[in-house]
Ligand binder design. Structure first.
Ligand SMILES: NC(=O)c1ccc[n+]([C@@H]2O[C@H](COP(=O)([O-])OP(=O)(O)OC[C@H]3O[C@@H](n4cnc5c(N)ncnc54)[C@H](O)[C@@H]3O)[C@@H](O)[C@H]2O)c1
Length: 254
């Protein structure tokens, strides 16, 4: 599908891979709404790219419905939906204080997995009401962000890995649900990417992580994620699957 002339929604667009995807889509001619729980980051990127920034917690059904109504009012219904909102707190199942608090696990699943489904269900309904955009019959495309942790979660990553594994697991059934409408669903599973999510780590830890990537021996760049987003949108045969973007890394236990 073309990017130019269409409306797009990017969640987690206030930072990292979401911000880079929002810039790329706007640069390619889309009208982009940036949704982020950090309202000032959403506004900053929204105004940088000549789009719209909306404060929105993706795990909240009403907030996503309201944000989508705002985006639709400004730009028309979105044909492109890129889901990057996510959190990655680490916690072992048993710590010094006893069992891990259940709310920590629940929040990660709510934001990463349920939040992705929440945004997709609302966007897909909007796309379903549109006429096809091209001769292939495409009405829209939705991209989710998993992680290599879906396959090789490390110590302390049970919640994160479960949430990302859930995204991997729902990719095919969502593509099947939406196939008759001409809406594609794809997931990107990044390895280690240099974003604010990793920036909190000490430099030595980041250098060690970078050295563990077989090739290229460095952290990934948000622009490489945006490259793949662009290609997935363009290539109509990509549907219902997960692409690892990881320089061949296979994560070790810790
Ligand atoms: N950086 C990595 O190495 C890496 C690797 C694999 C997967 N990922 C995934 O890629 C995605 C983007 O991560 P990033 O590295 O760009 O991180 P980031 O922290 O730079 O950006 C994540 C954005 O999501 C927003 N967000 C968090 N909770 C939200 C919520 N409830 N509602 C709306 N927005 C919310 C944050 O405010 C932030 O702007 C995440 O889903 C992350 O899990 C990152």
């Amino acid at each position: 599908m073309e990017i130019a002339g269409h409306s797009a929604i990017v969640t987690g667009g206030g930072s990292g891979m979401g911000a880079e995807s929002a810039r790329r889509l706007a640069g390619a001619g889309a009208r982009v709404a940036v949704l982020d729980i950090d309202g000032s980051a959403a506004s900053a990127i929204g105004s940088e790219i000549g789009g719209l920034g909306v404060a929105c917690d993706v795990s909240d059904a009403g907030a996503v419905e309201a944000a989508t109504i705002r985006a639709r009012g400004a730009h028309g219904p979105a044909r492109i939906c890129v889901n990057c909102a996510g959190i990655a707190p680490a916690q072992r199942i048993v710590g010094r204080g006893g069992p891990a608090p259940l709310d920590g696990f629940r929040r990660v699943v709510e934001v990463n997995l349920i939040g992705t489904f929440n945004v997709m269900r609302v966007c897909a309904a909007d796309m379903a009401a549109l006429e096809p955009a091209n001769e292939t019959g495409e009405r829209g495309i939705m991209i989710a962000t998993a992680s290599v942790a879906a396959y090789e979660g490390q110590i302390g990553q049970a919640a994160y890995a479960a949430s990302k594994g859930g995204i991997v697991g729902m990719t095919l059934p969502l593509a099947r649900d939406l196939a008759s409408l001409g809406i594609r669903v794809m997931t990107i599973a990044p390895g280690l990417v240099e974003t604010p999510m990793l920036a909190g780590m000490p430099e030595e830890v980041r250098n060690n992580l970078a050295a563990s990537v077989p090739f290229p021996r460095r952290l990934g760049r948000p622009g490489e994620f945006a490259d793949l987003v662009e290609h997935i949108i363009a290539n109509a045969m990509l549907n219902g699957s997960v692409i690892r973007l990881d320089g061949a890394i296979r994560m070790q236990p810790k």
